[in-house]
Structures are given as structure tokens and as C-alpha cells.
Design a protein around this ligand. Structure first.
Ligand code: ADP
Ligand code: MG
Length: 475
């Protein structure tokens, strides 16, 4: 019977991609999974086309283990993936001379057979094995750059990894998205594993913990679940904000916490905000999270951003000019994830079009990322204040109807800088200057441009003002 079944390898692949996408950021999924094309599949291997060797290396390094593990969960057999650069060759025969993502396990005749595709059976009904999140090999202390924004957190994490269960227990790291919480908590996992391989370490996101808990509850397997979590030496739970409103899971986390805490096992959490700001959380669990050390991670300053990008460049062997690096670091201030994705976007672009990245190309390619980070950071008030301070007039003057020379030049300069640094329309800018018409703003910008050609001191003055504005938003 089984031989007659037509396995639907492509749906195993598409389900794998769906599940992976749920575990990574949207940017990452667009970047790395938006350009893949299913080619063919056999009982051992699924072949996927990638646009370049850069993609192939990156995907293998970053997601290889995750892909293989997920594929295996979904298909119920040892399946691996081969990436092929360029021309899709949709043939069902093995292609030689291309590395596989990870070690290819021997074909195991005794392995459970994949479920044949049945009419009406959607691939997403194949359940993923929750509660077994794996450590990302890149997230180690060695690759974590320490700056003023995160040194307390990094030192605490390091101390924990050297003395699990005693140094700071429990410990909670909190901070906004992309600031390194997952990197840090996983570094603890790697470091403990290296120093004390006998210790049982579990890293799990709160979401995965919840899914596993519900799954086990349904299967009447709570005994196994409790055994698993109450016997660990180091429990790392990422993103506990996910537990808000999940009453029964909160209850389970509470009991797990107590059991581990009493036997002096290490517990580390991360959260996207201070615990005091979590909603729909039982008081007793809140008090457990707040017990011990709570440390925040803040956005990195300019110097740390530069150090982080330098490190990423070195570790990935990327070549990019210092000017382009500077441009990225100056303009992307929100968090490390945005910084990294800007870099990756440029690298992918360079690879795809076979061109080196000039400052102009970088500016053009990253326009959207710059804009959003500027608009959240630059306020009209800031520019008006810096310009009016410099010229020793009041901001009220800039917005007034006054047309004396002492006021019109600073006003025009402030409008010009707003046009240069933000995406505000001339109408919006006019509105911010006492409700002036957009043609007045256009006229002001043209005046400044033509004046810069004749007045050699004007351009340096404006550049200085722009630098002051940028320095103010970066600090
Ligand atoms: P969070 O969990 O806080 O949302 P992540 O830990 O996922 O953030 O970090 C986002 C990305 O930024 C990761 O690729 C991580 O390696 C990188 N990153 C964050 N902080 C640092 C740092 N201090 N040094 C090096 N890389 C960092
Ligand atoms: Mg995270």
C-alpha cells in the first residue's frame, strides 16, 4: 500500500517554512525565505533553489539546524535539505556535489513513515513538537558586544553562567525588541553547556512552553511535562510577556518556578517590558518574576552600534566600506535588530547585483529604514530649538509673522533642515511655522539652496546645525 502513496514533499517544505516564519522576525523571513523555490524531493532529501551562494551559506549557517529539525518533526522521518544556487532544476533525481545543511543521517528503515497526504488534510494539522527550542549557535558571549546600555545585563548573565543557581537567582532581563535579550539568555545556555555538560539546560520561549503545556494537558501527559521541567538545572524562559492572560500556563510556570527555586536551580527570564507593566498576570507569579535581579537592556549608543556592526562584519567575513558603516550607524538608532537587518539588506543587494556598495547605493537602499527611524526620533521642536538657539531668536519668533531679516533667515534654514532630515511634506512643515502655506516652504528651501552657492559660510553653518540635530537624537 505504502509504495503507492505519492508523498507530498513540497507541502512538507511549505509547512516547514511556515513554522520557521512563526519563530523568526518578519524582516528575517522576508529576507531569507522570500527568495526560495522548491525544486524536488525524495525520501531523503528536499531540494531548494536559492538565488546566490551568499544565500546558500547564510541560510545553512543560520537556519540549517532549525530547518532539519522542523522537517523531521513534520515528516516524521530523517529528511534533510539541499540548497542549489541559481537555475531551478525541477527534476526528481539527486544532484551531486552540493553540501547538505547538516550531517545527513543514514536512512532509517525503522523510522516512522510519514503520513500520506489525504484529501482534506492540511499540512498545518501536523503538529510541531513544542517546548524544544534550540540554541542559536551565534548567540554567545563572545559575539555579544558590551556597551553602556547593556553592561550590567551582560555582566549579570556572565556571572550566572559561571555560577548557575547561586549568583543571581532568579534573574530577569527586560527591554524593547531587538536589544539582545534572546542573545544574552541563550549565551548563558551555551556557556553553561560548555562548562558543565552534565547540567540539564532548557531554553524555551514562553510561547513554546505554553503550547507544550496545552498539548500535554490534552494528551493527559502532565506527569511527563512536570518531570521534564522540574528536573532541569538551568531553565531559560524567553519572552514571558507572552504569558499575559494565559491563566493556566501562569499557574504551571508558578509551580515550576517554586520547585526549581527551592532546589536552588537557576531560572532566567526575559520580558519586553518591566514586570510592573505586565497586565493580566497573577500577583503571585508577578512577585516571583520580581524576586531576584531585574536588569534592563537599553538601545545602544553610537559607539556601541559601530562596535556591534564591526563585529558582525568580521564574523561573517563581509566587506563593506567604513563610510557605509558610518552611514548605517548614524541613521539607525532604534535597536540592534534593525541595524543588523540594514547591513544584511546591503550585503544581499551587493551579492545579487554584483556591485560594491557605495554610500549613495546604501542611502538609496536603506531609504525606508532611515526614514522610519528618523521620523520617530526627530521632532520639529528639536530642529526649531536648535536653529533658534544658534541664531539667538525665540522659537515663537520662528513661528510668528515677523519678517525681519534676523528672523527670516533662521526660519528658512529651519525649514530647509526639516526638508533634508525628515519626510514631512512642505504642507506639514508650513503648518509647524505658524500655519504658513506650502509654497512659502518651497520658496524658503530654494532660497537657502541658491544662497549656499554664493555665501560660502552658509553651507558649513547648516552642516553644523544638522550634525547638532543628529547628535541630539542619538544620545
Ligand atoms: P531581543 O530578543 O531583545 O528582541 P535579540 O537578542 O534577538 O533581541 O537581538 C536581535 C539581534 O541583534 C540578534 O541578531 C543579536 O545577535 C543582535 N544583538 C543584540 N544586541 C547585541 C550586542 N550587544 N552585540 C552583538 N549583537 C547583538
Ligand atoms: Mg527575543
Amino acid at each position: 500500500m505504502q509504495n503507492e502513496v505519492n508523498w507530498d514533499w513540497s507541502s512538507f517544505w511549505s509547512e516547514t517554512v511556515n513554522q520557521l516564519k512563526a519563530r523568526i522576525s518578519e524582516q528575517e523571513s522576508v529576507m531569507w525565505f522570500g527568495n526560495l523555490e522548491y525544486l524536488s524531493g525524495t525520501e531523503e532529501v528536499i531540494r531548494i533553489a536559492v538565488p546566490s551562494s551568499f544565500y546558500k551559506d547564510q541560510i545553512s549557517q543560520r537556519y540549517g539546524a532549525m530547518i532539519n529539525e522542523t522537517l523531521e518533526n513534520i515528516s516524521g522521518r530523517k529528511l534533510s535539505v539541499e540548497f542549489h544556487v541559481g537555475n531551478p532544476q525541477p527534476v526528481d533525481k539527486p544532484i551531486e556535489n552540493d553540501e547538505k545543511v547538516a550531517d545527513i543521517p543514514e536512512k532509517q528503515p525503522a523510522a516512522p513513515s510519514p503520513k500520506p497526504k489525504q484529501p482534506g488534510m492540511h499540512s498545518h494539522t501536523v503538529s510541531r513538537r513544542p517546548g524544544n527550542d534550540i540554541l542559536n549557535p551565534d548567540y554567545t558571549f563572545e559575539s555579544f558586544v558590551i556597551g553602556d546600555n547593556n553592561s550590567f545585563a551582560a555582566n549579570a548573565a556572565y556571572a550566572i553562567s559561571k555560577n548557575p543557581g547561586t549568583a543571581y537567582n532568579p534573574c530577569l532581563f527586560y527591554g524593547g525588541v531587538g536589544l539582545g535579550k534572546t542573545h544574552l539568555i541563550q549565551s548563558i545556555g551555551h556557556s553553561v553547556r560548555q562548562d558543565s555538560p552534565e547540567l540539564k539546560i532548557v531554553y524555551v520561549t514562553a510561547e513554546s512552553f505554553t503550547n507544550e503545556f496545552l498539548d500535554m494537558l490534552k494528551k493527559n501527559n502532565m506527569h511527563q511535562f512536570k518531570n521534564k521541567y522540574r528536573s532541569v538545572d538551568v531553565l531559560l524562559i524567553d519572552d514571558i510577556h507572552f504569558l499575559q492572560s494565559k491563566d493556566s500556563t501562569q499557574e504551571e510556570v508558578f509551580h515550576t518556578f517554586n520547585a526549581l527555586y527551592e532546589s536552588k536551580k537557576q531560572i532566567v527570564f526575559t520580558c519586553d517590558r518591566p514586570v510592573s507593566e505586565l497586565k493580566n498576570l497573577t500577583d503571585r507569579l508577578r512577585s516571583r518574576f520580581e524576586r531576584g535581579l531585574n536588569v534592563d537592556l537599553r538601545p545602544p549608543d553610537l559607539e556601541t552600534r559601530q562596535a556591534i556592526l564591526m563585529k558582525k562584519i568580521e564574523s561573517r567575513n563581509i566587506s563593506i566600506s567604513p563610510e557605509v558603516l558610518e552611514l548605517i550607524c548614524q541613521n539607525i538608532t532604534s535597536n540592534v535588530r534593525d541595524l543588523e537587518s540594514a547591513l544584511l539588506k546591503l550585503v544581499a543587494y551587493a551579492e545579487l547585483v554584483h556591485k560594491d556598495i557605495s554610500v549613495d547605493i546604501a542611502r538609496e537602499q536603506l531609504k525606508d529604514k532611515f526614514t522610519s527611524s528618523f521620523q520617530t526620533n526627530i521632532s520639529v521642536d528639536l530642529i526649531q530649538k536648535i536653529v533658534s538657539d544658534y541664531f539667538n531668536v525665540s522659537t515663537a519668533d520662528l513661528k510668528s509673522k515677523k519678517r525681519t531679516k534676523a528672523v527670516t533667515l533662521p526660519r528658512q534654514i529651519a525649514m530647509y533642515i526639516l526638508r533634508e532630515l525628515t519626510e514631512y511634506s512642505t504642507t506639514e512643515i508650513g503648518y509647524e511655522f505658524g500655519g504658513r502655506d506650502h509654497t512659502t516652504v518651497m520658496h524658503a528651501c530654494q532660497r537657502i539652496e541658491s544662497r549656499m552657492k554664493t555665501d560660502s559660510t552658509l553651507e558649513p553653518t547648516i552642516n553644523n546645525l544638522i550634525r547638532t540635530v543628529k547628535d541630539n537624537i542619538k544620545s
